[in-house]
Design a protein around this ligand. Sequence first.
Ligand SMILES: [Zn+2]
Length: 257
Amino acid sequence: MISRRTSGIVLSVSDHGESDKLVTFLSPDIGRATGIAKGAKRSKQRFVNKLEPFSLLRLMYRAGRNGGLLFLSEAELANAFFLLRQRYDCFVVAMFACELVLRFTREQDPDPAIFFLLLWTLQALESGRDPLRVAALFHLRLLGAAGYQPRLDSCGLCTEAVRPGRSYTLHPGSGLLVCDRCRHDVPESAPSLSVQTLKFLRKAQSIDLHHLDRLRLPSRTADETLLILYRYTRHLLQHDINSWRQLRGLRGAGACR
Ligand SMILES: [Zn+2]
């Protein structure tokens, strides 16, 4: 069987039997894939300290039967993102990002936009950007890349363009932006979004990924965004986000500076 090369960001790792590991990673050319690293628990050279969550690896693999499990034969570390394992707030956001990528991607269905967004996220955290702001930008852009971009320029019910003096919220069941006049069938607890917040978010949706760093998202905007996207995403997935509890803890601790 032919050996191929790719690069991949490790999303999760688990033990498999006595000596092997199963590694799920995201690659720009093969998408999300799971490979078996034979003997990885014993090998001192091929895999040691490389198969860790968030690591960016250069991989050599052979395809499995029927597009299933890959066989990993070599891994070379391109970036270990060590800081993400040392700082709790960065670790939590990186876990949150990996969990959402796992849930919003399909096995071996490549989407380079999601790969480069995840890479941007890990690099932004590693370079000391505020973790909660990075989390908010990542989540917003991931929804766009996965085809669930909320439209934030007009009320989804009365269609009136967003304008000063009104307040808005996102309907958690439909992802529609709803103005205060149309808000009657939105749950009371849905947080409000100011016109200023919406302006930032529209910019964050459309700006080139290379320039996303330049956006100075106010702390309150990041916080509102995380909460509102969490509710929408939980509805989309019909599943809770496991790492949300830790992320919520960071919000509670006022880590969004
Ligand atoms: Zn309306």
